[in-house]
Design a protein around this ligand. Structure first.
Ligand code: ATP
Ligand code: MG
Length: 320
C-alpha cells in the first residue's frame, strides 16, 4: 500500500479550542500524480497540509508520506517533502539568487551544488533576469515563483502547494500552472490546495472536496463534473407572474431557484441544441425570457450541488 500511495490520511481529526476543524479525513494520493484539495476559506486545507508536513500534530488518525508516519518519523518525512505556504516565505532583503543558494546550504548541498541548483531553478521559473535584485522589488507573481523554486531546491519527491496561485494575475497563474505541470512530468507527487474549481480541473489527476472537516467528494475532474454538470445556465424570467410556471417547466433540472431575481439555474451540457430546446419549452408555455447566462460551475455551484448548501463565504455574503 505504501508503494502505490505517496500521501495517505487515515481518519485524521484536529480541533482548535474545541472547534473541530478536521473530522475524520481520509485521502490517498498515488505516487507521481497531482491531487487538488478543493475547499472554501476555513475548510481545513492548510491544517491538512500542516499535519502532513509535520508542522502540526493531529489529534487522531494517522498520516503517511512516502510510507513514513508523520508524527513518528517526522525527520524522514521532512527529507521527502517540499512545502510552499499560503504566504511566501522568502527573505525580502536577499536577492532571488541568494535566497535559493541559502536554501541549498540549508539542505547541505555544498557551495558549488547550491549555486548550480539556484541557477537551474532561476532559469526554470523565468527569474534569471531578476535574480540579482532584492526580493523587495519583486511583483507578487515573481515572489510566488521564487517561493515555489525555493521549495524545490532539494528536489523532493512529494510537494505540498498551499494555494499556489492565489493573488496572481491570469498571466502569472498560467505560468505557475506550466511550472506545476512540468513537475508532474518529473514524477513529483503533488498535493495542492485551491479555491478554484477551474484550477483543480486544469492541473489535477484527482480532486477531493473538503467541507466542514470531511472529504465530501473525490474523483477525477470528469467524475466530479458528471455530478455537478458541465455548465450552469441561468434563465431570468421577465414577468414575476410567470415565474412559478417557469420553475414547474424546468423543475426536473433546476439547481437553484431565486424568486426575488426571477432566476432559475440549471445544470447543462451547454450545447446549443439543449439551450434551444429549453427556450422552445418556455416559448410554448408563453413565458418571456429576459436574460440568459451560461457559465462554468464555480466552487459555490459545486458545493451547492454536493452538499445542498452554499459555502460559508457565500452565505455570509448573502446575509450581509
Ligand atoms: N492555530 C490555530 N488556532 C485556532 N484556530 C485555527 C488555527 N489554525 C486554523 N484554525 C482554524 O481552523 C479552521 C481551518 O483553517 P485552515 O487554515 O486549515 O483553512 P483553509 O481551508 O486553509 O482556509 P483558507 O482557504 O482561508 O486558507 C479555520 O476556522 C481556522 O480559523
Ligand atoms: Mg489555507
Amino acid at each position: 500500500m505504501t508503494e502505490t500511495f505517496a500521501i495517505q490520511l487515515c481518519n485524521i481529526s484536529k480541533s482548535f479550542q474545541g472547534n473541530k476543524v478536521l473530522d475524520g479525513v481520509n485521502l490517498k494520493v498515488k505516487k507521481g500524480t497531482i491531487l487538488a484539495l478543493l475547499g472554501p476559506n476555513g475548510a481545513g486545507k492548510t491544517t491538512t497540509i500542516r499535519i502532513l508536513s509535520t508542522l502540526l500534530k493531529a489529534d487522531g488518525g494517522e498520516a503517511f508520506v512516502n510510507g513514513f508516519e508523520v508524527s513518528r518519523y517526522s525527520k524522514k518525512v521532512r527529507e521527502n517533502i517540499g512545502l510552499t505556504g499560503q504566504y511566501a516565505a522568502v527573505d525580502e532583503f536577499l536577492s532571488g539568487r541568494e535566497n535559493l543558494e541559502m536554501m541549498g546550504r540549508l539542505y547541505h548541498l555544498g557551495a558549488k551544488e547550491s549555486k548550480q541548483r539556484a541557477h537551474e531553478l532561476l532559469e526554470q521559473f523565468s527569474l534569471t533576469e531578476a535574480a540579482s535584485r532584492s526580493v523587495k522589488t519583486y511583483s507578487g507573481g515573481m515572489r510566488r515563483r521564487l517561493d515555489l523554486a525555493a521549495s524545490l531546491v532539494a528536489t523532493p519527491p512529494v510537494l505540498f502547494l498551499d494555494e499556489p496561485t492565489t493573488g496572481l494575475d491570469p498571466r502569472s497563474r498560467l505560468a505557475m500552472w506550466d511550472v506545476i505541470e512540468k513537475l508532474v512530468e518529473a514524477k513529483v507527487t503533488i498535493l495542492l490546495t485551491t479555491q478554484y474549481l477551474e484550477e483543480a480541473d486544469q492541473l489535477a489527476d484527482e480532486i477531493a472536496v473538503l467541507d466542514s472537516g470531511k472529504i465530501i467528494a473525490q474523483g477525477t475532474a470528469n467524475e466530479l463534473k458528471a455530478k455537478v454538470g458541465k455548465e450552469r445556465l441561468e434563465i431570468v424570467v421577465h414577468e414575476k407572474s410567470s415565474f412559478k410556471k417557469a420553475v414547474e417547466i424546468l423543475n426536473i433540472e433546476a439547481v437553484e431557484v431565486d424568486e426575488s431575481r426571477r432566476s432559475i439555474s440549471i445544470s447543462t451540457e451547454g450545447s446549443v441544441g439543449e439551450i434551444r430546446r429549453l427556450l422552445d419549452k418556455m416559448e410554448q408555455a408563453g413565458i418571456e425570457v429576459e436574460g440568459l447566462n451560461l457559465h462554468k460551475p464555480t466552487l459555490d455551484d459545486v458545493f451547492l450541488r454536493l452538499t445542498g448548501h452554499k459555502t460559508e463565504q457565500e452565505r455570509e455574503h448573502i446575509d450581509s
